[in-house]
Design a protein around this ligand. Structure first.
Ligand code: HPA
Length: 246
């Protein structure tokens, strides 16, 4: 049974090197996940893969059924989750194309379902979320990136915004004042739900564009997609090494 799950983000609806052996449709008490789980071998290691936005990239960030996705992966035996995320670069060194391993999150999303602990509780449960990402997994990703010769910027705060629209320049200024280096729309509640299910979770972010007001001109999907294509090649190199470590 695979214990490593990969959640693909924008730009990663399929893993080119994954030799798929099975597609599993999982129904959960929380509804349907973004699609069937793909089981198979990635560089010789049994893993499972789920594209967060669906195989056709049709589910926007605020409509992703995060609970169903995490529950399905847990049910299928996942112990750790490598989450890939496209982000905008806020801080001056977060150039498009860079790979970033965040260590903190600030959640600016609203009206999303954020917990499994809602009903039928014997007692109220508060998970510890001081360090939102699993440090041991982060260290393994850093080790894998070093072995793959892929430079990674480590230890950045990820701002989770509601989307699906991109931010205003003033919103990005505020996020920077808050200490955020990168901005994306899917980091929460995914990370917290993984913690509730006691899965190790870490995000590998690919900077797709300069955040609003940080670059020149309009942010276009064309620009984002072009940058992500290169970024995902780097993520694949990291994964080729990571499968040996987890
Ligand atoms: N903002 C929010 N989410 C994103 C961005 C952005 O600029 N780029 C990719 N995902």
């Amino acid at each position: 049974m695979a214990d490593l799950a990969i959640i693909g983000g924008t730009g990663l609806t399929k893993l080119e090197s994954l030799k798929i052996s099975d597609r599993e449709i999982v129904h959960t008490p929380y509804g349907e996940p973004s699609g069937p789980l793909s089981h198979g071998q990635l560089y010789g290691k049994e893993i499972m893969f789920l594209p967060r936005h669906g195989y056709g990239h049709t589910i926007p960030p605020h409509k992703v059924n995060y609970r169903a996705n995490l529950w399905a992966l847990k049910e299928a035996g996942a112990r750790c989750v490598f989450a890939v995320a496209a982000v905008g670069g806020i801080r001056g060194d977060m150039l498009p194309g860079k790979i970033v391993l965040p260590d903190q999150i600030i959640d600016y999303t609203w009206s999303r379902v954020t917990t499994f602990f809602e009903e039928g509780l014997k007692q109220v449960i508060h998970i510890d979320f001081t360090h939102p990402y699993a440090e041991a997994l982060r260290q393994k990703i850093l080790q894998a990136a070093a072995a793959a010769n892929v430079p990674v910027i480590n230890g950045v705060t990820y701002a989770a915004t509601q989307g699906p629209r991109l931010e205003t320049a003033a919103e990005i200024d505020r996020l920077e004042k808050d200490g955020c280096g990168i901005v994306g729309m899917t980091g929460m509640p995914e990370a917290a739900l993984a913690r509730e299910l006691e899965m190790d979770y870490a995000t590998c972010a690919v900077v797709a564009n300069w955040a609003a007001g940080r670059g020149t001109g309009e942010i276009t999907m064309k620009e984002i997609e072009a940058e992500l294509a290169g970024g995902m090649k780097k993520v694949a190199k990291i994964l080729a090494q990571l499968v040996k470590l987890v």
